[in-house]
Design a protein around this ligand. Structure first.
Ligand code: NAP
Length: 312
């Protein structure tokens, strides 16, 4: 008999659907799933995975009959896909259904940072405005030059939104794409030099680790703003903090961090950053759509049908 195991902290509605539609066994974390006894783990053929803990060869081998890892999320950098492929384990993710929300958050952080909305809110709440203190003028955002580092699904949505803000859109990807006239740069440093605002929408993982390094930050320059909605791993955080502290970069908007949810305390002391708790896809509607797509992949696998969004 084959069984589905759901790992992670699911919303109530998803947990209910996992139990009723797929008769899933629930485990709150990868560690607690690994603590199931041998007989239980032997029965598992599909895993619904939600989490950022590394799911590598050792964890896969603990489930000898595993045929599918269905990831909750489009970014599957926690899963060792090569190890899964070598074991004939399919991996699926949840692309597209979250593009709008992540793109909205990227643009929101950009505007919030540039228009100093965090400080504006504090100015009103503190009573300073009521007492006649004027709020300092801030930066014009519309009409600026914006760069997208990684013009994938989410990057494309961000570019379209920034175009609506009358920005000149530039981008880097591994190859030039068919776009409505956006400027392609074959070198990420050239992209950073050409723009005021740089939004990172790369995949995470070893290939893109610290891709945004000191050279890119220097090219972005003292008027530049960096936005990251990808993964903390894509940005050299030490170099970013050095640049922000030294005034060599105007600011940053970050939804993802190295070692999150613990955030380097050096960020807390900075007035020119907007910090978000990795909530790019965090709306009720989108999380529900992600859960549905994850379950649809598992149902297809159990019925022997083609998987909807396979990554290997
Ligand atoms: P996607 O369509 O696959 O786009 C990924 C981008 O990364 C593409 O531009 C791609 O380049 C680039 N890329 C892939 N492999 C690369 C490599 N080896 N070296 C350099 N660049 C590489 O993915 P997506 O759906 O837009 O999602 C992008 C990422 O956003 C996810 O992987 C995830 O980490 C992150 N994300 C974050 C949140 C959040 O809550 N903040 C939510 C969802 C997703 P090409 O254009 O050349 O193909």
């Amino acid at each position: 008999m084959t069984k589905t195991l759901a790992i992670g902290g699911y919303m109530k509605i998803d947990e209910q659907a996992l139990r009723t539609d797929l008769d899933a066994v629930m485990a709150s974390s990868l560690d607690s799933a690994l603590a199931l006894d041998d007989a239980e783990r032997d029965q598992i053929s599909a895993i619904a995975y939600m989490g950022h803990a590394a799911f590598g060869p050792e964890q896969m081998d603990a489930f000898p009959n595993l045929g599918l890892i269905a990831n909750f999320g489009v970014g599957y950098d926690a899963i060792d896909v090569a190890a899964a492929t070598a074991r004939d384990i399919a991996v699926t993710n949840t692309p597209d259904v979250l593009n709008d929300d992540v793109a909205d958050l990227a643009v929101a952080m950009l505007l919030m940072q540039g228009r100093r909305m965090r400080q504006g809110d504090a100015h009103v709440r503190s009573g300073a405005w009521a007492e006649g203190e004027s709020f300092p003028l801030n930066r014009k955002m519309s009409g600026g030059k914006a760069g997208i580092l990684g013009l994938g699904r989410i990057g494309h949505e961000i570019a379209e939104r920034l175009e609506a803000f009358k920005m000149d859109v530039h981008y880097w990807s591994r190859s030039e794409k068919d776009t409505p006239g956006w400027d392609y740069h074959a070198d990420p440093v050239d992209l950073a030099r050409a723009v005021d605002f740089l939004v990172v929408s790369l995949v995470g993982g070893p290939e893109t680790e610290n891709m945004v390094d000191a050279r890119i930050l220097e090219a972005l320059g003292e008027n530049g703003v960096l936005i990251n909605i990808s993964r903390g791993s894509t940005v050299d955080e030490g170099a970013l903090l050095d640049a922000l502290e030294a005034g060599k970069l105007a600011g940053a908007g970050l939804d993802v961090f190295e070692g999150e949810p613990k955030v380097n305390p050096r960020f807390h002391a900075l007035d020119n950053v907007v910090l978000q708790p990795h909530q790019g896809s965090g709306t009720v509607a989108t999380r529900a759509a992600m859960g549905q797509l994850q379950r649809d992949n598992i149902a297809a696998f159990l019925a022997g049908r083609d998987l909807l969004t396979r990554v290997n």
